[in-house]
Design a protein around this ligand. Structure first.
Ligand code: COA
Length: 169
């Protein structure tokens, strides 16, 4: 598939694609670093309706293929600042690309848009992300650096090890 795509805010009609991409990306890419039972809990944790408030708050950005309108990936920037930091700090809650889309550069294009929005519209100074272990190299390429080891709680039983990473905007 040719690599022409545009980046825009998600709308409610994208909710099924967003949900499907999240589940398939977790299963395809994250299973290299986490146990299968943890992957199952993680993938099953959100239902598609859970994305609607975030879509309506304009927190989710999607990459859309220009020819067939297919959604190739999405990123979620939480627009309420992280409280414990002095400088305005926003968090990326998730970034997921369709592992079968056959298009390179979707993740970095989404990240570029999220960064630009965080800096120019939200006037943020810092971005942080709790990076899944399989995605650490991707975030390094995007200019993030390691801050600390952390965990991402999925359920009472499941806690995923992550790298908290930071980028000054
Ligand atoms: C991580 C993810 C969003 C990257 O998206 P992508 O569209 O594959 O990334 P890009 O094609 O824009 O890659 C940008 C650069 O990062 C590199 N890269 C991407 N994923 C990588 C990985 N897992 N390991 C090493 N390098 C990686 C690419 O090779 C590319 O490098 P280059 O600029 O030198 O060519 C995608 O693989 C994904 O959805 N993963 C599963 C879900 C996930 O873990 N999300 C993060 C949760 S915190």
């Amino acid at each position: 598939m040719a690599g022409n795509f545009t980046i825009r805010f998600a709308s409610e009609k994208d909710v099924e694609s967003i949900h499907r991409i999240r589940v398939t990306a977790i299963r395809a890419k994250c299973s290299s670093h986490y146990k299968q039972e943890d992957i199952n809990s993680w993938a099953a944790r959100l239902q598609k309706e859970d994305f609607l408030p975030e879509i309506n708050a304009c927190e989710i950005t999607v990459a859309e293929h220009v020819e067939d309108g297919k959604i190739l990936g999405f990123g979620h920037l939480i627009t309420s600042p992280v409280k414990e930091c002095e400088q305005k700090t926003l968090m990326i809650k998730g970034l997921f690309v369709d592992s079968h889309c056959g298009v390179k550069g979707v993740g970095s294009a989404l990240m570029k848009e999220i960064e630009q929005r965080a800096r120019d519209k939200e006037e943020a100074d810092i971005l942080i992300v709790e990076a899944a272990l399989n995605a650490v190299e991707f975030y390094k390429k995007c200019g993030f650096t390691f801050l600390q080891l952390t965990t991402h709680r999925i359920s009472e039983q499941v806690c995923l090890e992550c790298h908290k990473m930071i980028k000054k905007l």
